[in-house]
Design a protein around this ligand. Structure first.
Ligand SMILES: Cc1ncc(COP(=O)(O)O)c(C=O)c1O
Length: 391
């Protein structure tokens, strides 16, 4: 008989009842060290007191009003994002997938309003993940996600990772936009080299193609910059944000330049819950904390400590791990043993990690994880690797 919860996930048996910082407490009272952070969502750890206060205060005042009215919390967060990024304007969503939908619509509308209505094709990359809506699965195009859900939304093409010639050849007078994660998350923590992002920006500029960055997983301080693309010095026309911006409260956003957003006039898009006072009050607090240079420097310091430890694990467990990948605190261990087996061995050590494609073990701790917890996480990973070796 089908379970009451639609069985679209292969869930581990633990259920958690409480969280504090980088630790989760399960129903049986045992504690787990969390290197998944809800897949890069709990950016400031569980039950962060500043976020709890921001949410509780707002909850006592006003939960929801329609976007038919001004929402000051939304205006405040939008202004913070505009001040701290390339963007001139922001639309709030409840998730990364919804941000993807708007990013795609915005790009097509831009060309439509530019009297180039046939510029509809959106180029994406093999291994990408942009969400689970019909638009997002058509963009990423992986067999696993699209099978059985046809007919697929037309106007998408996937290119090989790192094949610059193929990219240059693929951009035609029908190309609307290129969408790319500066650090691929689900695809196996693959960092796009700065040179490639620069080349992509140049190519888009030459051809009038819009450049969309998906920073749903790698954004909001995760790489040690507020947004991952800042390392490269290039900026997109449109950017998708979600996950970490809400610190655990469902919140997403599309950031855009005034030029890219010019087709999105009144009536062209909307959301009942997008930009609600609760989400935006929390998002503003997250931004207040994460956008600080001192906070971002600390992320880079913790990342360096973590990475060094991980390199040590690769050296001491060559049959289990192959290499360290990633940037900042979006880290991956390319595995030799099965990543799924290692995730299970880590569970046995009460350590939560997340598998990714390409046989990678993903490590996405809270950005403010204490150094002592990094040391503890490395010790638990070491023991998990020993379990695999002994098996
Ligand atoms: C890069 C990227 N884009 C989009 C999404 C979709 O976001 P959501 O699950 O919030 O809809 C994800 C989620 O994992 C993601 O990692």
């Amino acid at each position: 008989m089908i379970s009451a919860v639609l069985p679209t996930y292969n869930r581990a048996p633990m259920a958690f009842v409480k969280g504090e910082g980088s630790w989760l407490t399960a129903e049986d009272g045992s504690r787990y060290l969390d290197l998944g952070a809800g897949i890069a969502v709990n950016s400031l750890g569980h039950a962060n007191p500043a976020l709890v206060a921001a949410l509780s205060e707002q909850a006592g005042q006003l939960w929801h009003v329609s976007n038919l009215y001004r929402i000051p919390q939304q205006e405040k967060l939008a202004e913070m994002l505009v001040e701290n990024t390339f963007a001139d304007t922001v639309f709030f969503t409840n998730s990364g997938t919804e941000a993807c939908e708007l990013a795609l619509k915005m790009a097509r509308k831009y060309h439509y309003d530019n009297d180039q209505a046939d510029r509809v094709e959106i180029l994406a990359f093999e291994g990408a993940f942009h969400g689970r809506s019909t638009g997002a699965i058509a963009a990423a195009g992986s067999e696993k996600m699209v099978k059985g859900f046809g007919p697929l939304m037309p106007g998408f093409r996937q290119l090989k990772w790192g094949d610059h010639d193929a990219l240059r050849a693929a951009i035609t007078t029908r190309t609307c936009a290129v969408i790319i994660e500066p650090v691929q998350g689900e695809g196996g923590i693959r960092v796009v080299p700065d040179q490639c992002l620069k080349g992509l920006r140049d190519l888009c500029d030459e051809t009038g193609t819009l450049l969309i960055f998906d920073e749903v997983q790698c954004g909001v301080g995760r790489t040690g910059k507020l947004f991952a693309h800042e390392w490269s010095g290039v900026t997109p026309d449109i950017m998708m944000v979600a996950k970490g911006i809400g610190g655990g409260f469902p919140l997403g956003a599309v950031l855009a330049t005034e030029n890219a957003a010019r087709g999105m006039v009144a009536g062209t898009h909307g959301s009942t819950y997008g930009g609600n006072p609760l989400g935006c009050a929390v998002g503003a607090k997250v931004m207040e904390i994460v956008a600080e240079d001192r906070f971002l420097d600390a992320v880079s310091r913790k990342a360096a400590q973590f990475r060094q430890g991980l390199e040590g694990l690769v050296a001491s467990h060559p049959q289990v791990f192959e290499a360290v990948r990633g940037q900042g605190l979006i880290l991956g261990l390319k595995c030799k043993a099965s990543n799924l087996d290692i995730v299970k061995a880590a569970y046995a050590e009460h350590l939560l990690t997340v598998p990714a494609a390409d046989n990678v073990l993903r490590l996405l701790p809270a950005l403010n994880i204490p150094e002592a917890d990094i040391v503890e996480a490395l010790a638990r990973l070491d023991r998990a690797a020993a379990r695999i070796e002994a098996a």
